[in-house]
Design a protein around this ligand. Structure first.
Ligand SMILES: [Fe+2]
Ligand SMILES: [Fe+2]
Length: 276
């Protein structure tokens, strides 16, 4: 390769999408050490270490999708309004499709991939990888804060994969992202209605505030460790656009304004954290 190697965490701005904007799909690797080469299109052509990383990332992705179905399920017929019940059913259908999508990518990795799928499908509540997905939704405010904060982290993870170096993964992103938009916007409006309408809708501002303090730390933990070797390699392989810490910083900036706009307050980023 001639010329300077691009810094793995700074994709060429002329080719990469803007924040949350639409993009033209390309067949080229846009960042990382193989920038400029064609995207990997099959599991077989991935370097062994990169293949392991794709599998690891897809197992975590699928695990969160299946876990959230278990978390939402009790609210299918308990959500306060008819519209809320319909959106709950929509979210469950979307998460099931996302789980299927991640498992389809795992299937391309043969027997090893299939073993992971079997394991994923046998997981019960409380057995999932990330803490945010092992907590029950006891109150409707849990549903609001989870979809507002935790699904939003999910969107950051998906955006980090947009136009990544593995073609089958890159092509799965646009639909997943548009479906996730419904989930997090729903969460924001649930919290807003609790603040504005209180018991006339459901719960109260105090309940919504308590839910923010319960879920925000778990959402920040989801980005992973700040000095994660895995996240650095994912950027180098062109799989993720940002390291854990870069993504977390962008997220904090976004939710700070959003939460204040609803009339709620975020605890400091270090509050109640488990993954630093
Ligand atoms: Fe999802
Ligand atoms: Fe979601």
């Amino acid at each position: 390769m001639s010329g300077p190697t691009p810094s793995p965490s700074t994709p060429p701005t002329s080719k990469i999408l803007n924040e949350g904007g639409t993009i033209q799909p390309v067949r080229e690797i846009l960042w990382g050490t193989a920038a400029g080469a064609h995207k990997y299109e099959t599991a077989e052509e991935l370097p062994a270490d990169m293949a392991k990383l794709v599998v690891k990332l897809m197992v975590v992705q699928a695990d969160t999708e299946f876990a959230s179905i278990q978390q939402h399920r009790p609210w299918l017929d308990r959500a306060p309004t008819l519209e809320d019940r319909w959106i709950e059913s929509r979210i469950i259908a979307d998460e099931a499709r996302h789980g299927l999508q991640a498992c389809r990518i795992l299937r391309d990795f043969g027997e090893a991939g299939q073993r992971y799928i079997d394991e994923l499908l046998s997981k019960r509540e409380g057995e999932h990888k990330l803490d945010a997905f092992n907590m029950k939704f006891d109150l409707w405010s849990d549903v609001g804060a989870f979809t507002c904060f935790v699904d939003r982290v999910g969107v950051y993870q998906l955006r980090a994969f947009q136009e990544c170096s593995y073609g089958p993964l890159a092509r799965a992103m646009p639909l997943m992202l548009s479906e996730e938009q419904l989930h997090l916007n729903f969460g924001t409006s649930v919290l807003r209605r609790m603040v504005q309408d209180g018991p006339k809708y459901c719960g109260s501002k105090e309940e919504a505030q308590a839910a923010v303090e319960k879920w925000y730390p778990r959402a920040l933990d989801m980005f992973g460790h700040s000095n994660s070797e895995t996240s650095r390699r994912a950027v180098e392989y062109g799989l993720k656009r940002w390291t854990n810490e870069e993504a977390r910083a962008r997220y904090i900036q976004e939710v700070t304004g959003l939460t204040a706009g609803i009339g709620l307050a975020l605890p400091p980023p270090e509050f109640d954290r488990r993954v630093l």
